[in-house]
Structures are given as C-alpha cells and as structure tokens.
Ligand binder design. Structure first.
Ligand code: 5GP
Length: 168
C-alpha cells in the first residue's frame, strides 16, 4: 500500500507541475491516506479539508451527504484534487464535485485510495485510484465502523457481508 501511495503522489507531482494545486482532504475517513499522499508530492500545494457526513444506515450511505465543515480557502481559479478514502456508490464524490464546481476552480479531479466499482450508483470519473476492491466493508487506516477502528494501522475487512446485520 505504501508503495502505491508513493506512486500516486509522484504521478500527481508530474501532472500538476507549475500549476496551483489545492489538495482537499475529505474528512474524516481520508486523514491517514491524505497525510501519506501529500508527503511524496514534490510540488508546492495548498492543504485544505472539508468534513462531510452521510445519513442512513450505519454502514451504508443513502446519498444524503452533508458538508458540515467547509474549506478555509478560496479555490477559484485553482486546480483542485479531492482526496477520498473510498468511493462506493459515488454519491459523495458527485455531490462534492457539483458543489465545488460552482466556486469556479480551474479544474477538479478525484483521488481515492479505494474504489468499489461494483457498487457504483452514479457514474463518476475517478482520476487517481489506489486500489479497486470487491464489495467488502473495510475499516482501519482512517476508515470507520460507527466511528471506531479509524486508528488501526492497516486496512481490514469487517467480517460480514452486511455490517448492519452483524451489529444490529
Ligand atoms: P459513497 O458516497 O461513494 O457511497 O460513499 C463514500 C463514503 O462511504 C466513504 O467516504 C466512506 O465514508 C463510506 N464507505 C463506503 N464504503 C465503505 C467501506 O467499505 N468502509 C468504510 N469504513 N466506509 C465506507
């Protein structure tokens, strides 16, 4: 995983050389990935974050995404990369891309550590993907189940097809 993240960082450095890059972390889940992705990037960049919550069952998003904390800087005219932990239905990325596009950035791209293509409900373009994974619920390395497990220093599959069934 470490090698792949370094590779993504190097790719971003090449793709964004001489541009005004804002690396936007989507919290909370992306915090570990963000820190490890930013360090191998060898070009100047702005660091910013937003916090989103999604409503619905404990383990699944319903598409009702809410931004609870906004960016601190203006992204107008800048090149933005949204940094996600995992893209599942695609609804979070779709929601945020639409919302931030209204602020007239020069470009918006998406970088995610994990992607579950089989679960996609909307067709979103993901520009940088760490790993495509099958339909399992993963925790650790920033990812939670009911706000727990985020601090595990590795990614793990929660041992259930449907975590909501397991935990009631
Ligand atoms: P989407 O809007 O693409 O359906 O979902 C994105 C968000 O759902 C992720 O940022 C993450 O918070 C949550 N999510 C989706 N799949 C998983 C998973 O396997 N494990 C964890 N911990 N969160 C997930």
């Amino acid at each position: 995983m470490r090698a792949r993240i370094r590779e993504l960082g190097r790719q971003i450095s090449t793709d964004y050389a001489n541009r005004e890059l804002v690396l936007v972390g989507i919290l909370k889940g992306a915090y570990c990935f963000y820190a490890d992705l930013a360090r191998p990037i060898r070009i100047p960049l702005w660091v910013d974050f937003l916090v989103v919550t999604s409503y619905g069952s404990k383990a699944k998003t319903t598409g009702k995404v809410k931004m609870v904390t906004d960016l601190t800087e203006d992204i107008g005219g800048k090149d933005v990369i949204l940094v996600e932990d995992i893209v599942d239905s695609g609804l979070t990325v779709e929601f945020l891309t639409k919302k931030l596009t209204r602020r007239k950035p020069k470009s918006i791209k998406v970088c995610t550590l994990l992607s579950k293509p089989d679960r996609r409900k909307v067709n979103v373009k993901i520009d940088y993907v760490g790993f495509e994974i099958p339909n399992h619920y993963v925790v650790g390395y920033g990812l939670d189940y009911q706000q727990q497990y985020r601090n595990l220093p590795y990614l793990a599959v929660l041992d259930a097809a449907d975590p909501d069934e397991l935990f009631g």
